[in-house]
Design a protein around this ligand. Structure first.
Ligand code: UT7
Length: 322
């Protein structure tokens, strides 16, 4: 049996940091409100010239460095993003070119905050069935470019950044289980309602914004963790203690706490970076994972559970031995 394991991980954050106090100066909000309702203290915002592609590229290079692989070794690139550089080609192809990799498939997966886990699920299947030996799975987002800075209900929530992993084929797990799901029924609760095929004039800069019914999304997110918890408990035959670390999508500290409780894990075993990064959608899980690997909390051999929920709605989970 062939499995996929994480051979390397990397991330990238833009230099510019915007604190809650900075936001107080441009909208009617307060550091206290944001911290209390979300756990967020600050977020990184892409500077001029920084894009989903450029940040994804840096994260990919760092992951490849850790894995000790070169561009010639990479035979699959999947990027989870809702904020691509161009309408086409895919940002995965743009990253492939800049890396100097050639020939293998490269494509974007559009599953909003679940994009990285969708990519991981797909890449795992490629590796398990011999379709790829070394795959890059990237999550990268420039949400600041679709943020309405006049809407305090959404503007305080999001940030920019990228994370990436190199998956490689091996004889032992590695990835033990992945699950991905979608239910399009709630499309309007969280969306950017502009798009190419509905006739959005892309020269009208600044009109394609994230719109969200925060309250309803919050409730759906928490409820969805019931089914994620059920799938996880079934995968583990009830042995939740086998999980060393829970690395959830970083949307809101209250959602993270509710999710950990449903799955049955204490907060000491949860990786939370939402305070420093805010919600970076598809980038948030690999960003959190990279931080915890590099600061020494997550070690080789640890069992990890990752889980995400986002627009679509989409959701999913992955369990693996690091
Ligand atoms: O990856 C999935 C993506 N999305 C999410 O995970 C977001 C899910 N939702 C949430 O995290 C929460 O719903 C929010 C953090 C967005 C909002 O928290 P809430 O506890 O649901 O607050 P609310 O929307 O019910 O608003 C409460 C009050 C309102 O004022 P009134 O009507 O009670 O006077 C809002 O106008 O808070 C007000 N408010 C704010 N006040 C200060 C909304 N945004 C702000 C703000 N600063 N930034």
């Amino acid at each position: 049996m062939t499995y996929a394991r994480i051979a390397g991980i990397g991330s990238f954050l833009p230099e510019k940091v915007v604190s809650n106090k900075d936001l107080e100066k441009i909208m009617e909000t307060s550091d206290e409100w944001i911290r209390e309702r979300t756990g967020i203290k600050r977020r990184h915002i892409a500077g001029e010239g920084e894009t989903t592609g450029s940040m994804g590229l840096e994260a990919a290079k760092r992951a490849m460095d850790m894995a000790g692989v070169s561009a010639d070794d990479i035979d699959l690139i999947i990027l989870g993003t809702a904020t691509p550089d161009k309408v086409f080609p895919s940002t995965a192809c743009i990253i492939q070119r800049r890396l100097g990799a050639k020939g293998g498939p490269a494509f974007d997966v559009h599953a909003a905050c679940s994009g990285f886990l969708y990519g991981l699920d797909l890449a795992n299947r490629y590796v398990q069935t011999g379709g790829a030996q070394k795959a890059l799975v990237i999550g990268s987002e420039t949400l600041s470019r679709i943020t309405n800075w006049e809407d305090r209900g959404t503007a305080v929530l999001f940030g920019d950044g990228a994370g990436a992993v190199v998956l490689e084929a091996c004889d032992e797990p590695g990835i033990m289980a992945t699950h991905i799901h979608a239910n399009g029924e709630y499309e309007e609760l969280l969306h950017v309602k502009q798009g190419v095929s509905i006739g959005y004039d892309i020269t009208r800069k600044g009109e394609a914004f994230i719109e969200m019914n925060g309250n309803a999304v919050f409730k759906r997110a928490v409820a969805t963790f019931d089914s994620i918890a059920r799938e996880t408990i079934a995968d583990l035959d009830g042995h939740i203690d086998d999980i060393d670390w829970f690395v959830p999508h970083q949307a809101n500290m209250r959602i993270i706490k509710a999710a950990a409780k449903k799955i049955g894990l204490p907060m000491e075993r949860v990786i939370a970076t939402v305070d420093e990064h805010a919600n970076t959608s598809g980038a948030s899980i690999p960003l959190a994972l990279d931080q915890a690997v590099r600061d020494g909390r997550i070690k080789r051999g640890d069992t990890l559970l990752m889980a995400a929920f986002g627009a679509g709605f989409t959701w999913g989970s992955a369990m693996l031995k690091f």
